[in-house]
Design a protein around this ligand. Structure first.
Ligand code: RVP
Length: 496
């Protein structure tokens, strides 16, 4: 008979934090949410830390280069989705590493032989009205001109009119030269009343565009997560099949950390993948692994050399793994169990292996609970999918807007590899759904408000660091009747 674990599987909503004494210096401004993301020895510092304990999910509908830049600017990390070709994933990593605040690699490019109809199509798809015209239509080709909506009249110009007939040609353009600072570029934009400034190299190949609207980027966020060369830090998802080709391409592109992306990580394939990475690169290439939901899974991956271990099976908002396969565990129980295993491992070996609570965060305070329960950082999909910076379409829905969000195990993502234990069996059924999430505006604003809430709770619990809340926090279980007491109750709400 299978062993029965009698402890019920619990979720975040079943717990609350109790306040501790708040001392006068325990104010939001003094709360430090920095946290390790890779293993380190007792008494040493980790090679890589986050400035806020947030990572964005390894998903097509969440983490591309734009999300990675927006989140790194705020101190967290994105893991670019691995359910794409090696080349396109590496290209996204490269875009993050090449990104300089305010300097944009042009993603709206055409050739002079394209037509007005192509311009309108591209404008519709990208939402950008400025297009760089290059010899070969690539973002780094020889710059031949620029097209903006001031260059054509849709009411009078024929749709087959060639771009070369109406673009502003390179000889009439003011350009900046590679190496120029953002302040200098902005000065040129202001002096000449431009909307954008192409930056070119010595051979007049396009390198970047600088836009007037990005002027505010001149000021760097003090929380930004940067490497030693002041480039944004970025992660990337990998799988346990093509890692011998994928990891070298990602390393070449400049990735800072990779993570094996699987709904179930307690497997020999993950151990082989970690070992190959460590044998090939030593500790230079950091690798996270998972997902696990209990002590044995954690220890297996920690022993294999994982830099961090990700927790969670079936708790994701778009995930139906538990319904389909009957495996998984409530996210709170999983975090508590794995956190105890992480501490035990540290006691025994003197090696600290950070853990990440992945999926199932519904309310902002669930993040605080996950941290108090022992997580070093969290991974979120639904939360980030709603922001402007996620890669998906914003769609009108009733009186407001929604954004699309689909699981990596859904038919839409067709990332069956993630749900496939190496054989063909995993290809037969879906483990995720295709959905909408409420549109949440700009990431800077939403994340700023979430961070403020987390820090306020830390202060109520007398904690100024994540370790403080883990060591001194007190959690209590809630009864189902006390849950209804926690929301507005027994009043008639206005505006409803
Ligand atoms: P959530 O933040 O609750 O939306 O959960 C995101 C997590 O859900 C991901 O980081 C991943 O672990 C998991 N996921 C992604 N796709 C699927 C699926 O299709 N079942 N699950």
């Amino acid at each position: 008979m299978a062993r029965i674990i009698n402890e019920p599987s619990r979720t975040f909503g079943e717990y609350l934090l109790l306040p501790n004494l708040t001392t006068k210096d325990c104010i939001v401004e003094n709360v430090d949410l920095s946290t390790p993301i890779c293993r380190f020895k007792k008494g040493e510092e980790p090679d890589l830390k986050l400035n806020i304990p947030f990572s964005s999910a390894i998903m097509q509908s969440v983490s591309d280069n734009n999300m990675a830049i927006a989140l790194a600017k705020n101190g967290g990390i994105s893991f670019i989705y691995g359910s794409q070709s090696i080349e396109s994933e590496a290209e996204m990593v490269r875009k993050v590493k090449k990104y300089k605040a305010g300097f944009v690699i042009s993603d709206s490019n055409l050739t002079p032989e394209n037509t007005l109809s192509d311009v309108l199509d591209l404008k519709q798809r990208s939402g950008h009205s400025t297009m760089a015209i290059t010899e070969d239509g690539t973002p780094t080709g020889k710059l031949l001109g620029i097209v903006t909506s001031r260059d054509y009249r849709t009411t009078r110009d024929p749709l087959d009119k060639k771009v070369k007939e109406f673009m502003t040609p390179a000889k009439s353009l003011i350009v900046g030269h590679e190496g120029i600072s953002l302040t200098e570029a902005n000065n040129i934009i202001w002096e000449h009343k431009l909307n954008s400034l192409p930056i070119v190299d010595d051979n007049f190949n396009l390198v970047y565009m600088v836009f007037r609207k990005d002027y505010s980027e001149d000021k760097e966020n003090p929380r930004s997560l940067l490497d030693s060369q002041k480039r944004y830090i970025v992660g990337a998802g990998i799988n346990s099949r093509d890692y011998k080709e994928r990891v070298p391409a990602l390393v070449e592109a400049g990735v800072d950390i990779v993570c094996i992306d699987s709904s179930e990580g307690f497997s020999e394939w993950q151990s082989d993948t970690i070992k190959w990475i460590k044998d090939t690169y030593g500790s230079k290439v950091k690798v996270g692994a998972g997902n696990v939901v209990e002590r044995e899974g954690f220890r297996y991956l920690a022993d294999a050399g994982a830099d961090f271990v990700k927790i969670g099976i079936g708790g994701g908002s778009i995930c139906i793994t538990r319904e389909q396969k009957g495996i998984g565990r409530g996210q709170a129980s999983a975090v508590l169990d794995v956190a105890a295993a992480r501490d035990e491992y540290f006691e025994e070996t003197g090696i600290y292996v950070p853990i990440c609570s992945d999926g199932g965060i519904v309310l902002d305070y669930h993040i605080t609970l996950a941290l108090a329960m022992g997580a070093d950082f969290v991974m979120l999909g639904r939360y980030f999918a709603g922001f402007d910076e996620s890669p998906t379409a914003k769609i009108k829905y009733g009186n407001g807007y929604v954004k699309e969000y689909w699981g990596e195990g859904s038919n839409r993502a067709r990332n069956w590899a993630r749900y496939d234990l190496g054989g063909k069996a995993g290809l037969q059924f879906e483990e995720g759904v295709d959905s909408y999430v409420p549109y949440a505006g700009k990431l800077d604003d939403g994340l700023g408000s979430t961070l403020h809430k987390i820090k306020s709770t830390f202060c109520n619990c007398g904690a100024k660091t994540i370790k403080d809340i883990q060591n001194n926090g007190r959690l209590c279980l809630v009864s189902s009747t006390s849950i209804s007491e926690g929301g507005a109750h027994d009043v008639i709400l206005k505006n409803q």
